[in-house]
Write a protein that binds this ligand. Structure first.
Ligand code: PBG
Length: 393
């Protein structure tokens, strides 16, 4: 059999084809053998040109220059770890949890298997376990009883409301657990919108911001480490920052949902909170999935208004947005791996159609690789456990 010479001329492409149809083992020597992986020694770039030709078994000419071999860095698990560009750890994860009134209550959320709504006493028990697996941050979402909802979300800034009470209890029990609170009116309004609605059904911006500011103050006063406005009203980050500073809460951070899209992926979350909009949709305040430059515009406004961290939500269909914010700003970027993304993985895993552990770790790693410093995810507890058990090779 004649083997084409290795060279950097156009014929070199035939070598690639040849690799796909390897020659019989007996003929593999010299560079051909190296390509097949049977010889591990690196080619010697300064070897005399005649060496391969002088061996009777081979008709190969030496390469004009060594061919690129990216596979060299993938040879062993140790090497792969040493060249890994991204590492996922439990410290990157923020675990969203749902709190409700009462005692001794735990209600599973059917569309989010493994997640539940809990009264505060039961939530504290769960958080003991959450800390135990190495998670250091939670995002708190309230389930508000229908009797406490009204058109303007008054309960949202009650200093003795469910969220402030929960924050106080959590920080008292676990002072080192970071608590992020959601700033938006949807759990508190009868209509399920994130803001105040006028007679024509329009969401009023500035009137809403005034209420959100009160909500953020109540959360900060209770001891929240970060307030996280998820409402998408214009100017809310600046208004909240000013109000927090004026009240002495200069240490309370703002995690801004900067690029929050009007997404179908929030469905299971709205089931969990009973907060689906009762009319219309959220497209006049949440972003259009078609837009990327607009996400940068929103992020730069939030940055200028005093946001500490920028968030992209959802995550999986918006990895380009995560990367863009990471590349074009200096702030840490968070990604929200939302309820619908979680539900799809859980449903397929329950059918036995995918390997849940591998899929979850690959997905979260992909979000980090795209530029996310933090990931809010309902998979956090499982992921943290799996990351602990990963063999160190
Ligand atoms: C409320 C809020 C929503 C989510 C987080 N905060 C729902 C919405 O905007 O309709 C969704 C989270 C998820 O789907 O996991 N402003």
């Amino acid at each position: 059999m004649t083997v084409p010479p290795l060279s950097s001329t156009p014929e070199a492409t035939t070598n690639t084809a040849m690799e796909l149809k390897p020659a019989p083992v007996a003929q593999l020597t010299g560079p051909a053998a190296e390509r097949s992986g049977t010889v591990t020694q690196a080619p010697d770039p300064i070897a005399p040109e005649s060496t391969p030709e002088s061996t009777p078994e081979s008709t190969l000419e030496p390469p004009a220059e060594p061919i690129a071999r990216p596979r060299r860095l993938r040879r062993s698990a140790t090497l792969r770890r040493m060249v890994a560009e991204t590492v996922l750890t439990a410290q990157d994860l923020i675990y969203p949890v749902f709190v409700m009134e009462g005692t001794g209550r735990v209600e599973p959320i059917p569309s989010m298997p493994g997640c539940d709504r809990r009264s505060l006493d039961q939530l504290l028990e769960k958080l003991q376990m959450v800390r135990g697996v190495g998670i250091r941050a939670i995002a708190l979402f309230p389930v508000i009883p229908p009797a406490q909802k009204d058109a303007i979300g008054s309960e949202s800034h009650n200093p003795n409301g469910l969220v402030p009470r929960a924050v106080k209890a959590i920080k008292a029990a676990f002072p080192d657990l970071l608590v992020f609170t959601d700033v938006a009116l949807d759990p508190y309004t009868t209509h399920g919108h994130d803001g105040i609605v006028d007679e024509a059904g329009q969401i009023l911006n500035d009137e809403t911001v005034a209420v959100l500011t009160q909500q953020a103050l109540a959360q900060a006063a209770a001891g929240a480490d970060f307030v996280a406005p998820s409402d998408m009203m214009d100017g809310r980050v600046g208004a909240i920052r000013q109000a927090l500073d004026a009240a002495g809460f200069w240490q309370t951070g703002i995690l801004a949902y900067s690029a929050k899209y009007a997404s179908a992926y929030y469905g299971p979350f709205r089931d969990a909170l009973d907060s689906a909009p009762q009319f219309g949709d959220k497209k006049t305040y949440q972003m259009d999935p078609a837009n990327r430059r607009e996400a940068l515009k929103e992020a730069l406004l939030d940055l200028a208004e005093g946001a500490d961290v920028l968030m992209v939500k959802p995550a999986l269909a918006y990895l380009d947005i995560i990367w863009q914010l990471k590349a074009q700003t200096q702030l840490p970027v968070a990604a929200y791996n939302v309820s619908g993304e979680y539900a799809m993985v859980k449903a397929a895993a329950e059918q036995g159609w995918i390997d849940e552990r591998a899929i979850v770790l690959e997905t979260l790693l992909g979000m980090k690789r795209a530029g996310a410093d933090w990931i809010l995810t309902y998979h956090a507890v499982d992921a943290a456990r799996w990351l602990r058990k990963q063999p160190v090779v």
